[in-house]
Design a protein around this ligand. Sequence first.
Ligand SMILES: Cc1cc2nc3c(=O)[nH]c(=O)nc-3n(C[C@H](O)[C@H](O)[C@H](O)COP(=O)(O)OP(=O)(O)OC[C@H]3O[C@@H](n4cnc5c(N)ncnc54)[C@H](O)[C@@H]3O)c2cc1C
Length: 238
Amino acid sequence: MAKPIVEMEIEKVTMELPDTKTVRLKWPEGYNPDFKTGQFITLYWPDTPSYKRAYSLSSCALDRGFFETTVKRDGKMGTRIVDWAKPGDKMFVIPPTGRFLPVYEPNKHLICIAGGSGVTPFRAFVREGTKRKLETKITILYSVRTTNDIIFNDEFHQLQLQNSQFNFFVTCTRLHPQDPWTGRRGRITAEWVKEHIHDLSNTVFYACGPNELVEFAEHLVLAEMKVPKEQIKTEKWG
Ligand SMILES: Cc1cc2nc3c(=O)[nH]c(=O)nc-3n(C[C@H](O)[C@H](O)[C@H](O)COP(=O)(O)OP(=O)(O)OC[C@H]3O[C@@H](n4cnc5c(N)ncnc54)[C@H](O)[C@@H]3O)c2cc1C
């Protein structure tokens, strides 16, 4: 049976960065959906019901009572949400779906490759792993233009302190040479990804964000490293 489309009220908005907003949509009374961490919802505004767009959940399946999604100012829907969505507004929500799901097995290592706002579902992966105190190792390799573009920077550093199985690494692609950032610079490379692999057969790769980055990750893992395709899961945003 098709899951019903539900009207939800925006309970809270949080500006993560000047161009990135987390929207918390409150579940109506009695709503208790069955869904999985890593899935996406589809949103539309009541005044434009034919204009629908997908958004990954940045909250996890253990977060009950609301959905959170983290949106970058981009295109029509992204701009309307970031610039205009406010508490009290109503949006229609097509319930979670999708197969971009974390494999939470104790011996697995999830290497999560993200570009820009593509990091948002990985916040959900780490939240669930941390809340459940799982042994699954999670490593995020995150490419951003500058240090001002790191979404959930503080939160990921906090999660690293709480969860010894989680590691968060950032590479900046467009920093000024004089910038004081002491972390990695440049695009994600095969060498950088390989540095984080300890046991290839138990590694599951995830890539999310712009098509270019996801296709790079697919090529690296499948063609260059000859990893079976069951060991990579991707979510292309366009
Ligand atoms: C499964 C899935 C999950 C997603 N999750 C997220 C998420 O968690 N967070 C998030 O921010 N996004 C997410 N997206 C992307 C999101 O669905 C929207 O596509 C995004 O917010 C842009 O809104 P839009 O499609 O209305 O943009 P559109 O207006 O349709 O524009 C699409 C793209 O074209 C560009 N564009 C538009 N007009 C022009 C022009 N004249 N010249 C040049 N370029 C132009 C825009 O900048 C934009 O990049 C996800 C997509 C998918 C498929």
